[in-house]
Design a binder for this molecule. Structure first.
Ligand code: COA
Length: 392
């Protein structure tokens, strides 16, 4: 037991995938008769991922994981958790499809987790417990989602999509997860998606307030439990449904703090929201895309530095936990994200609207044109209610 307590467990690798299309937020604002600065500054987004019908929660997840897994990783993985609120089946888990597409072992546990944008954090904590009991194994935890609120709705500029895959192991190369954590749950109707709907329902202003309420609760609980203070953290990371929301959380944490101290946290926050600003909401993956964005874009963080992470999922669940940066973490990153984001093609607002409306429903057979989707894993259609996935 003492050995298990001392063992370092955490995130060894992070892979991110978002499709090859985006819409420019200033152009979307113009099309909606809004001032572009409302979207660019007020909401804090400059590009929004556009998800073609050939991508869903399964393919996004597989594409993200495939970016980082080696043959050795695949052999060591015996637990796959896919967190999503964009699931494609009420019974079969997204993880079952993903594991097969990735060519993982069959001697494995595969499950899907749901609690809005929070579930990947639950997955991470469960994976940590699993590795404590099986230190020679690895766990794959993926947050995979498509954020949809509907055309011309207030939520529209906070859509997006993609997946973040994390390999959890002992002696991780990126971040170890610390033991203490503070969490809080309450039944709240701030955001939900009825089973009959392809778009989420959201009480936007209410959800923003509940997010901040939950942040204050779990952040203060964490500080009280651990005896730590703000300056024991080198950076604070937030779930980013849109990046302004995380900025509001950070401002709460920095209330009354000396401006020179505060400016350090604001600088790290800018590094942590760079990729999210260019992608939009990933729901379950957002906090972890923000972590990747920080790791790849910060110039100031060093080994041993403590990161504080706030995970939030409407409905509602909050958790504040922490991790420590590992030696040479910079060398363990793949730095593929900037290139992937820059290689994307811009679509017009009219094209985005057409793609948005082409979402696949399961009620009739359909064959999709996969020739325009450059991703490795694609959805080729539906036949007899069965989704047809392909590895190109
Ligand atoms: N320049 C700069 N900022 C501007 C601006 C301009 N020209 N015009 C407006 N803004 C600011 C507003 O002041 C506001 O900032 P604030 O939030 O700090 O007050 C922000 O832009 C948004 O404007 P608002 O009028 O509140 O937008 P809205 O009513 O259209 O809705 C959301 C915005 C975020 C509430 C809406 O997009 C939404 O519901 N999104 C989904 C929310 C969600 O993800 N919930 C789950 C949370 S986990």
């Amino acid at each position: 037991m003492r050995g298990a307590m001392k063992m370092k467990i955490g995130i060894d690798k992070i892979g991110f995938f978002t499709p090859h299309l985006y819409v420019d937020m200033a152009k979307l604002a113009q099309a909606r008769n809004e001032d572009p600065n409302k979207y660019l500054i007020g909401i804090g987004q400059n590009k929004m991922a556009v998800i073609p019908p050939t991508q869903d929660a399964v393919t996004l997840a597989a594409n993200a994981a495939a970016k980082v897994l080696t043959v050795e990783d695949k052999e060591a993985i015996d637990l796959v958790i896919v967190a999503t609120e964009s699931g494609v089946d009420n019974s079969k888990s997204t993880a079952a499809y993903v594991s097969e597409l990735l060519g993982l072992s069959h001697e494995i546990r595969t499950i899907e987790l749901k609690q809005a944008c929070y579930a990947a954090t639950a997955g991470l904590q469960l994976a940590k417990g699993h590795i404590a009991l099986a230190p020679d194994k690895k766990a794959l935890v993926i947050g995979s989602d498509i954020a949809r609120y509907g055309l011309k709705t207030p939520g529209e500029p906070t859509q997006g999509g993609g997946a973040v895959a994390m390999l959890v192991s002992k002696d991780p190369k990126l971040v170890t997860l610390e033991a203490e954590s503070a969490y809080y749950a309450k039944d709240v109707m701030d955001f939900w998606r009825p089973l009959s709907q392809t778009e989420a329902k959201v009480d936007g202003k209410f959800s923003a307030n509940i997010y901040l309420e939950f942040f204050e609760k779990v952040y203060q609980d964490y500080l009280a439990k651990t005896g730590l203070k703000l300056t024991d953290f080198s950076a604070l990371l937030f779930h980013l449904p849109y990046t302004k929301q995380g900025l509001k959380g950070l401002r709460k944490a920095l209330e009354g703090v000396d401006p020179t101290v505060a400016s350090h946290y604001y600088n790290e926050f800018e590094a942590s929201r760079k990729y999210n600003m260019a992608t939009g909401n990933l729901y379950t993956g957002s906090l972890y895309l923000s972590l990747l964005s920080l790791l790849e874009n910060t110039d100031t963080l060093k080994a041993g530095d403590r990161l504080g992470l706030f995970s939030y999922g409407s409905g509602a669940q909050g958790e504040f936990f922490s991790g420590r940066l590992q030696p040479n973490y910079k060398e363990a990153l793949t730095y593929q994200t900037s290139e992937m984001l820059e290689m994307r093609a811009e679509v017009s607002v009219a094209e985005y609207e057409q793609i948005f409306s082409a979402i696949l429903t399961d009620d009739h057979d359909r064959k999709l044109d996969i020739s325009k989707d450059p991703a490795q894993f694609v959805l080729a259609g539906i036949k007899d209610f069965k989704r047809q996935y392909l590895k190109k």
